[in-house]
Design a protein around this ligand. Structure first.
Ligand SMILES: C[S@@+](CC[C@H](N)C(=O)[O-])C[C@H]1O[C@@H](n2cnc3c(N)ncnc32)[C@H](O)[C@@H]1O
Length: 377
């Protein structure tokens, strides 16, 4: 069945459906791509019992053009994983304060997952998002604890709806990861807006372009420790929002970067196209240029790395990889080829040789020169 047919098949009232802009299509593709990679990681954990995806502001699950929203796209992904992993339970929690939208979304997600209803369950609620997050944090409705993986997606229209403490309380309540759509353009346009400031809940968030980083840091509630944010811009090159990702796991960050390269082919940000959807405009749209794009990023990445670790010795490979993943566009498979090996070969960084095998870069540690004007940490 084509996607358009779901509207007919489920007799969905199109008056509640929204149109979809370029950035929405890309946002959904990006989140979907990450969820797929995240599922591959978790289904291979021997102790995994349940996997939960939450769209706390889910909309109707389908758009006017028949394209699926994030929750419905995840429901479809769940089907293929649930069939192959019958002992794992997959939960889809969706919420939207618009009752008609969330009901439509719930019906569609259940319809898509009907053939695996034994181990896929869809739950829905029509609560105000902060209330939903509060209830989710303070009850056991959503699985948590050892053997239960949780990914929370929070996707508002603006910066004046979702409170940072509501998200912090949820992600502090159980092992989870978060994707938060930070609507930076709202803050740029309305610097002194009290509703936006209230959403910071007294946390120290600068009201400028550094806000995204500060928000990511505010979401690093224990055990969250790694973050990356990716910007979406309009056709005039003005930033609309940043999708902020925060995770406790290095693997999570690696998979997110893989998803970014898969969907955006290494472009530093998404920019809406002047051309109709599907018509490619830039070099970045071509995956064959990925190597040269990675090589371009690597000049700055090498300089940033040397500056960040100036004067330090015995630096494990894992710390170097984390730095590159969090601070640059490069992904895990680029770290050795484009950053570390060239620095070692040029004698700029010393491979300590603590491993028996000289070609084992990942098990070794590294010594960085002390740059002039920099103090060793
Ligand atoms: C950008 S859309 C979500 C799109 C969806 N996550 C997707 O990827 O397909 C935002 C949704 O948030 C809902 N919403 C707006 N304010 C809300 C609030 N305070 N509480 C709960 N839902 C809200 C709207 O009804 C709308 O459906």
């Amino acid at each position: 069945m084509s996607e358009m047919d779901y509207i007919k098949e489920l007799a969905i009232d199109i008056s509640i459906l929204e149109g979809k802009k370029d950035q929405t299509t890309k946002k959904i593709a990006y989140v979907r791509s990450y969820v797929e990679k995240w599922l591959h990681v978790w289904v291979n954990q021997p102790t995994i019992k349940s996997i939960t995806f939450i769209d706390a502001m889910c909309n109707a699950g389908i758009y006017e053009d028949g394209g699926l929203g994030t929750a419905a796209a995840v429901s479809r992904l769940f089907v293929s994983f649930a069939k192959r992993h019958p002992s794992i339970h997959f939960y889809l929690y969706i919420n939207d304060q618009d009752t008609r939208r969330v009901e439509t979304c719930g019906n569609l997600c259940e319809y898509l997952a009907a053939e695996v209803s034994k181990n896929v369950t869809v739950y829905w609620a029509d609560l105000e998002v902060n209330e939903f997050l509060h209830r989710a944090a303070t009850t056991n409705v959503i699985p948590g604890g050892y053997g239960n993986a949780v990914l929370l997606f929070v996707d508002p229209y603006n910066a004046r709806t979702v409170h940072l403490t509501a998200m912090r309380d949820f992600i502090g309540s159980r092992y989870s990861e978060i994707l938060f759509n930070w609507f930076s353009s709202d803050l740029t346009r309305n610097k002194n807006d009290q509703e936006i400031i209230d959403c910071f809940d007294g946390l120290d968030i600068p009201q400028d372009k550094n806000a995204a980083r500060a928000i990511a840091n505010a979401l690093k509630v224990e055990p969250m420790k790694l973050a990356f944010s990716y910007a979406f811009k309009n056709r005039m090159n003005a930033e609309l929002y940043q999708i902020i990702f925060v995770t406790p796991s290095q693997k999570g960050l690696e998979k997110l970067k893989d998803a970014l390269w898969e969907v955006f082919h290494g472009a530093q940000y998404h920019r809406n196209s002047w051309l109709p959807e599907g018509v490619q405009t830039t070099l970045f749209a071509e995956s064959e240029f990925e190597d040269s794009i990675a090589a371009e990023y690597s000049y700055d990445a090498r300089t940033d790395l040397i500056e960040a670790f100036s004067g330090q010795s015995n630096v494990p490979f894992a710390r170097i990889k984390t730095f590159i993943l969090e601070e640059t566009m490069l992904k895990a498979s680029h770290v050795l080829t484009y950053v570390l090996k060239p620095l070692v070969e040029a004698g700029q960084v010393k491979k300590d040789g603590t491993t028996k095998r000289s070609n084992n870069f990942k098990a070794d540690t590294y010594t960085f020169p002390l740059l002039e004007g920099n103090k060793a940490l």
